[in-house]
Design a protein. Sequence first.
Length: 234
Amino acid sequence: MLMIRDLNVYYGVIHALKNVSLTVDQGDIVTLIGANGAGKTTLLRTISGLITPRSGDVQFEGRSLVKTPAKEIVRMGVSQVPEGRRVFATMTVEENLEMGAYLRKDKDGVQKDLEMVYSRFPRLQERRRQSAGTLSGGEQQMLALGRALMARPRLLLLDEPSMGLAPILVQEIFSIIREINQAGTTILLVEQNAHMALSIANRAYVLETGQIKHSGPAAELAQSDEVKKAYLGG
Ligand code: ATP
């Protein structure tokens, strides 16, 4: 579904992604783990069309996303949940969700999806008239996820959904991610919480200073001594 080949991204003289290749098959949860500054966010932003690579290609269902406007990429079925939640703080919960569907013309479908999001996140329904800035961190993360779902993506890009959340909420977010996947959405999950990420993913990639250092079935990577030592606390 998603195929990335020999991607090179620079910020001025900083070579942030070095010959990165990665594939995501339809129906999978693929995780990309790596330390701070490894280039994980850069990769997601490149897929979403927010950064133009120096070389290499990103293909979604056989179409190149390089130089495709970000808006068109959303229309094609790719949505990103940015790191740090980034909800529209002064807008209500419901307005934030509606923003997620701003490119859609099917009013009935949007209404149905709003109901689907509310049934998945009852907290958001209870707070739908409240401004998003007053939500707790966990609720804002759920809102960011709900907003991305309102675009009805076929590929969902998640940037560190567990960041800053209490362990109980991390569990909850991960079980929701699994449900979203089971309902038919393919997922590329960027995480520093390697333990949780490897436990729900089919396949995994390890990014170190801009380069893919390991890849394979998530269960195998979770057993690898090198990965254990570097990312799973021994
Ligand atoms: P984190 O988990 O801390 O967000 P990350 O793996 O997502 O890290 P990136 O944010 O992709 O890493 O950053 C990769 C590298 O590129 C880092 O060295 C970072 O300092 C650099 N970088 C990121 N954005 C910019 C920018 N706009 N200008 C210059 N350098 C940047």
